[in-house]
Design a protein around this ligand. Sequence first.
Ligand code: SAH
Ligand code: SF4
Ligand code: F3S
Length: 449
Amino acid sequence: MTLLKDKKEHRGFYLTVTYGCQMNEHDSEKLAGVLEGEGYHPTEELTEADIIILNTCCVRENAELKVYGKVGQLKRLKEKNPDLIIGICGCMMQQEEVVNEIKAKYRHVDIVFGTHNIHHFPKLLKQAKEQKNPLVQVWDENTELIPDMPVQRTDDHRAWVTTIYGCNNFCTYCIVPYVRGREKSRPVEDIVREVEELAADGVKEVTLLGQNVNSYGNDFEDKTDFTDLLTALNEVEGLARIRFMTAHPKDCSDRLIEAVANLDKVCDHFHLPVQAGSNKVLKAMNRNYTREEYIDLIERVRAKNPNASISTDVIVGFPGESEEDFQATLDLFEKVEYDMAYSFMYSKRTGTPAAKMEEQVPDDVKNDRLQRLIDLQSSISMKNNQPYLNQTVEVLVEGESKNNPETLTGRTTTNKIVIFEGDTNLTGQLVNVKINKVQSWTLYGTIVD
Ligand code: SAH
Ligand code: SF4
Ligand code: F3S
């Protein structure tokens, strides 16, 4: 990774629109790294931009619909400004039928590339500037590790760091393995060097990214695993916090649980996507754990890390999910008492096994289940936050709060959002905040010494 210190002459403006997960957010930082290296400055105004790149997601249908809406909207801009360069990249572009549709119906798009050849972006950009014909370059597979690229971070004090690309799990609903390819771990030395450079540059918190961080190192000859990586990164001077996501419940080892408890920089938070509470549905999803094994895992996590928070992802309305199956999800939520849950309605993804399953659940039933689950989780989160009242917590200040003007926002080690008053020059520092009000998703307090 190269940090961009020397900005070249001003060549124009760029705008990236990012859909999807942190991997995509981080990829967009790489696109920005390339563009800023070439003298382009960021803008938030579509009409001001000379280069617009849409970095797409296809994990659910509504993510794709948003992209088609946006790319359609860009047609008029291109008509007004024929020199505008429009690029589309990311997970959606790894699907052949999507690329064909873009080629056929959205002829104002200049560059199309995928997730496996993001490092070819500089070359494609250069070619697009020289010629008028659309350029499409999507690689089918990630045969090699994606080379490191310059990164223009969106945050001065927090950074994303890729540990492992791809996914080998093939959960039956999920498109990610088809669009992100097979698992490939980055060498420990590369990651440590990157984190050392980040810390030297003032970064206080890194979030280690991987679709399943527990698989880290499975493709190495030696036995280095994710716990070894955490142990090495815990030594990096100047770094205050290490987060990671996502750990798959099927292979979350006791070693990892203990490492989170023992390594002082590793935050007290586990994101353990459960996806469903019924064994029948978990099996059909190919999650490779049972409800009982999952609950046992949560008990092991809580035994070693009593203060850690736990969050999850869950899907309602997977094909064949009966009301009884859904009740099992509600029941699991009541037992586990998550701090937070990302809840999704099942979305059919062409090419995945679940898309062909019979007994697809009607939309109104999915909607109703989603609402019931969200209502339950909201009350559990509220209850879980009560013990924070009158406690003093350490918060890494992230900056001014967007939703609460003239206040600061930050997070606890347990990933709780805290709102409090203070000077913006505290951004990037650890402060102690005494909590005086709690809601389901937010804590409020005042800074104390
Ligand atoms: N690798 C991570 C998550 C990747 S996608 C993991 O395994 O946990 C993020 C979340 O999107 C998933 O956890 C799942 O809850 C949700 N998701 C994936 N495919 C989906 C689909 N077809 N419909 C609805 N939600 C989906
Ligand atoms: Fe998708 Fe499952 Fe891989 Fe997560 S582990 S990315 S849900 S296939
Ligand atoms: Fe992420 Fe969406 Fe791709 S969730 S991995 S950007 S399909």
